[in-house]
Design a protein around this ligand. Structure first.
Ligand code: E4P
Length: 219
């Protein structure tokens, strides 16, 4: 399962990329606005930092301009995935860009029917937003399971990119279902490896060693 970082904060991306756990990055207009940087400059910088796919979302909502933006974004770097919304316009743009070999991530997916359409128009990634469904009292992970079943049934190669990840358990559930990617805010990635019992256990091991009076040195 691939891990993407869901952020446009350059320092965070640098920090977590150094761990060797980051396979790609997703951004959206809200995240880039929050970073305070210039849209295109931020995308280009991220694409240089991370070799894997970097999702850059179109701002236009009409077909012609969205396609133009998508082609421009795709030309910024070889690892750009053009993000389009799951609207009829977005599906049309996904089809033409995908037919031309451009990697497209169809975002804001909230139903299995939408995911089926995205696969049919050649999306490389479909992004079901699990946290936002959970917020409404639905089960976002049920949607991921349905998409997995449908895609496997027809051998679609569209990758399921679980988005709107909130608790670390979302990542574990996505992995259990067999999602291809989970994109997560940096703090969720940290929550995956931090555990109080690990810290406590390590402190106890070292305290026992220190009690021998010998230095903490093997070589
Ligand atoms: C994914 O591509 C989106 O940027 C993101 O996961 C949205 O998450 P949110 O619902 O926490 O805003």
């Amino acid at each position: 399962m691939k891990f993407f970082l869901d952020t446009a904060e350059i320092e965070q991306i640098q920090h977590y990329a150094a761990l060797g756990l980051v396979d790609g990055v997703t951004t959206n207009p809200s995240l880039i606005a929050k970073s305070g940087g210039d849209f295109l400059a931020v995308i280009q910088e991220i694409a240089q930092l991370i070799p894997g796919p970097v999702s850059a979302e179109c701002l236009a909502t009409d077909v012609a301009t969205m396609e133009q933006e998508g082609r421009y974004l795709a030309g910024l770097a070889e690892n750009i995935a053009v993000k389009v919304p799951l609207t009829v316009e977005g599906l049309k743009v996904c089809k033409v860009l995908s037919d031309d070999g451009i990697v497209v991530n169809v975002t804001l997916c909230f139903s299995a029917a939408q995911a089926l359409l995205a696969a049919k128009v050649g999306a490389r990634f479909i992004s079901p937003f699990v946290g936002r469904l959970d917020d409404l009292g639905e089960c976002g992970m049920d949607l991921v399971a349905s998409i997995r079943e449908i895609y496997d049934q027809y051998a679609f190669d569209t990758e399921i990119l679980v988005a709107s990840v909130r608790p670390p358990l979302h990542v574990v559930e996505a992995a259990t279902i067999g999602a291809d990617v989970a994109t997560m805010p940096p703090k969720v990635l940290a929550q995956l490896y931090n555990h109080p019992l690990t810290d406590k256990g390590l402190a106890a091991f070292l305290a026992d060693w220190d009690a021998t009076g010998k230095p903490r040195k093997i070589l």
